[in-house]
Design a protein around this ligand. Structure first.
Ligand code: KIV
Length: 289
């Protein structure tokens, strides 16, 4: 979007105030980030889901800071105005406030606008430490993939009174600790609506219904590019790029086998005189009969 101004935290807060929703997708590479910028997407999450979507890892648990730095710097080269949130990978913030601030700082030094970390009240001191260092933090609650083992798999959260109470306490604790905005994953729409009433800062959802300030979707899911068994019900599939890619590769193979590629229009030309000189030179060297 050529004439759009940079999306900043005040812009996001204003959108909430004016009841205007934001669009948020994940990206991990320069090309996708450039297309998102051109299409007018508001926010990009450089998610640790990149370990699964881009690297074929079975979960996000083994994603490293170095991998997140590579994904994040690639995305940042493709955007001008999108608000970019970089994910803090597993064990980059859990151990100590010092680790958390140092690693958040590393992602911010690349040019990110905020960092995201998973967890509720138990992460409040981390969120405060990072925020006190001048870094906006996005809280991620509900289904938190870095705790998949603890949660017992990809399960909808907030379906009981106990689970709702925990979610509410968590979101209030992280907001008090300074979280700039929140992401709620895989929570029933009605429960999200109850939580929404209690938070001041923007609340965005992924698989948490419509009662939020904007939606996040993993780009590989909406584009039909994800390889694997994870197939969330909440995703609307806007394209089937894997089908297009496979068909394209098959056509390429057929063209090669049938001498249909390359054709005349794919060849570089050479001046006849120069070609003759090359052929004569080869003869002088005795390279041809
Ligand atoms: O890494 C990611 O893409 C995420 C989403 C699942 C919210 O954290």
């Amino acid at each position: 979007m050529a004439d759009r101004k940079k999306i900043t935290l005040p812009v996001l807060r204003n959108r909430k105030k004016n009841n205007k929703k934001i669009s948020w997708i994940t990206a991990y590479d320069f090309a996708t980030a450039s297309f998102a910028e051109e299409a007018g997407i508001d926010m990009i999450l450089v998610g640790d889901s990149g370990g699964m979507t881009m690297m074929g890892k079975p979960s996000t648990i083994s994603v490293t800071m170095d991998e997140m730095v590579m994904f994040t710097s690639s995305v940042l080269r493709g955007v001008k105005t999108c608000f970019v949130v970089a994910d803090m990978p597993f064990m980059s913030y859990q151990v100590s406030n010092e680790d958390a601030v140092r690693n958040a700082g590393r992602l911010m030094a690349l040019g990110s606008d905020a960092v995201k970390l998973e967890g509720g009240k138990e992460m409040a001191t981390r969120i405060k430490a990072i925020t006190d260092a001048g870094i906006p933090v996005v809280s991620h609650l509900g289904l938190t993939p870095q705790s998949l083992s603890q949660l017992g798999g990809y399960r909808v959260q907030g379906r009981s009174l106990t689970s709702f109470k925990n979610l509410l306490q968590d979101i209030l604790a992280v907001e008090k600790a300074g979280a700039a905005f929140h992401l709620l994953e895989c929570v029933p729409e009605e429960v999200t609506a109850e939580i929404y009433k209690h938070v001041k800062n923007p609340l965005y959802g992924i698989g948490s219904g419509r009662n939020v300030d904007g939606q996040l979707v993993i780009s590989h899911d909406m584009l039909g590019l994800f390889v694997g068994d994870v197939d969330p019900k909440f995703v609307k599939k806007y394209a089937n790029l894997s089908k297009i890619i496979k068909e394209t590769f098959s056509s390429y193979i057929d063209d090669i086998n049938n001498n249909e590629f390359p054709k005349e229009e794919h060849l570089y030309s050479i001046d006849g005189e120069d070609l003759k000189k090359i052929q004569d030179f080869r003869r002088v060297l005795g390279l041809c009969k």
